[in-house]
Design a binder for this molecule. Structure first.
Ligand code: PMV
Length: 335
């Protein structure tokens, strides 16, 4: 649901986290990726403040900026990005704003927490100040703030969190133009296992860029293979061929391992999932820690077997996620 411009004085927005089924890192260098939303969400509520200031309360702490003071110093990660959106929105509208964020998406785990924060914050703030708050303008605003506060980003996470469902993504032409929806034959369930090691996306993206500079022909061949797998993955999602999808995911993990972004724990979790009947498994997101996703066999028994195996193999946390859920939502906040 998107609110019409100038409709609401207080608004609440939600955005789902995401998983990348195929093509992370290579997407930064021009190859396509396939991503989907998952049913862990971030909620943001924006309300007018009686004073000309911006205040944010969030699981990463609180911050406040008086009108005209700009961004408070020392903010980190998605709190910095959300504050940037709030400060510029308050300035444009000439009002004070309070933003409150709640998150069920683990931070720094490759599940799109930063993008979900930014999408939910941008949607709530835009709606609260009467700006157009459809998915296209929200995705563009969210990606701008992520880039400004957190460094470069291909936009695949932002697109998956804003639009939801399944999609193929190509960087370079803007977040709206980059996302192409894939009509999935069915909604998928993924077993998500957290290695318990938080990662830094910019550090891993930097490491891959160095790998590319030092091994150009090998990297180009790997990017070509990833692009071919992304096409196969898209066909598998469209047709509901989970065996083919699982095969693509496992081949993608092998490519990511060769890039150096997997870890011993992640490899162990991938192997454990395979031994427990998963159709395919891989790291999701930047790697160097973070989460592994596995496509379980059908039914509750298949899911539980894979989750149990990944827990026994050392996962810090493990849960089953619905993939391909609805994207961002924004509506008037209850009083
Ligand atoms: O921040 P993460 O872990 O969700 O990873 C983002 C995906 C990358 O391809 C590694 C980076 C990008 O900008 O696409």
């Amino acid at each position: 649901m998107a609110l019409p411009a100038a409709a609401a004085a207080a608004a609440v927005a939600t955005a789902p986290g995401k998983a990348i089924l195929l093509g992370e890192h290579f997407v930064v260098h021009g190859a396509p990726a396939v991503a989907c939303s998952i049913d862990r969400t971030v909620a943001a509520t924006a309300r007018p403040l009686p004073r000309r200031a911006v205040r944010i309360d969030s699981p990463l702490g609180a911050c406040e900026a008086a009108a005209g003071e700009g961004m408070p110093g020392g903010l980190q990660g998605p709190l910095a990005a959300a504050c940037l959106i709030a400060v510029s929105g308050a300035q444009r509208a000439g009002v004070g704003l309070h933003l409150s964020i709640d998150s069920c998406v683990p931070l720094g785990a490759g599940l799109g927490s930063s993008s979900a924060w930014c999408v939910a914050a941008a949607a709530a703030l835009r709606a609260a100040t009467g700006e157009e708050a459809g998915a296209d303008s929200v995705a563009a605003a969210a990606l701008d703030s992520e880039k400004a506060a957190l460094g470069s980003a291909s936009g695949v996470d932002t697109a998956a969190c804003a639009y939801g469902g399944f999609g193929a993504y190509c960087a370079g032409g803007g977040v709206v133009e980059g996302w192409r929806r894939i009509d999935a034959a069915e909604r998928l369930r993924l077993v998500v296992a957290d290695t318990g090691v938080p990662h830094s996306t910019p550090r891993m993206v930097g490491a891959v860029s160095r790998f590319r500079d030092q091994n150009r022909p090998e990297f180009e061949a790997m990017a070509g293979e990833s692009a071919r797998l992304a096409q196969e993955c898209e066909r598998a999602v469209r047709s509901g061929d989970t065996l083919a999808l699982g095969r693509c995911m496992s081949k993608s993990h092998a490519l990511l391992s060769r890039l150096g972004v997997s870890t011993g724990t992640a490899d162990t979790l991938v192997k454990a999932a395979g031994a427990a009947g998963s159709q395919g498994a891989k790291i999701t997101g930047a790697g160097g820690g973070g989460c592994v996703i596995a496509l379980p066999g059908r039914g509750k028994d298949g899911e539980e077997a894979v989750a149990r195996a990944m827990r026994s193999a050392g996962a810090a946390e493990c849960f089953v996620a619905d993939a391909g859920v609805q994207g961002m939502d924004v509506r008037p906040a209850p009083p």
